[in-house]
Design a protein around this ligand. Sequence first.
Ligand code: SF4
Ligand code: SF4
Length: 204
Amino acid sequence: MIITSAKLFEEILAILKDEDNIFVIGCNVCAAKLRTGGEPEVLEMCRRLEESGKHVVGWTLPTAACSIRSFESLVEKNEKINEAFCILVMGCGSGVSSVANVAEVPVYGSNDTLSLGGSSGGKLLSEQCVMCGNCTIGEFGGLCPKAQCPKGLLNGPCGGAVDGKCEVARVNDCVWTLIYERLKKIKRLDLLYVIHAPQEHGFK
Ligand code: SF4
Ligand code: SF4
């Protein structure tokens, strides 16, 4: 799941200051789950834009904004998109790019894209992976220090954790504490003795 947060409405209005005849596209997967681009948020966005003097020509909610077959597939959902001078996508950056790839009008995004996360056991998880292109997560018991340690330490911990909390991001658990607990649970503490070579800049 791509983690997004909604921009302030005032920021969106500023982005759209020279635009009118707006078509709004939501995303019925990640953004819907996070309430940054599901149907209620799309309808609320349309209402607020109209209230602010912008004309909204229509809206649609594709299954996933990041998976758009063609512009015609959007027209099939709502032909009003043909009247749009611009499109506002309420998804992640990938959703905005996917729509821009098939649209002939300017495309804007209403969200900030924060990280690659997920949800598990009823909990929303952010920053689970930074898509490094060389996945070694199995060597850390299934918890990624490249994504979850602010220092990106592959041979942690740094020694600064206090009561299991990270010294940099104090509200977060130190991922190396979690890795230790996890490896202990799965009886793989031996993995802590593996020295990991430094990563190339950009992790590739
Ligand atoms: S090692 Fe971490 S950042 Fe790299 S692909 Fe695996 S989970 Fe993602
Ligand atoms: S306290 Fe833990 S998570 Fe925070 S920087 Fe140090 S090793 Fe990384």
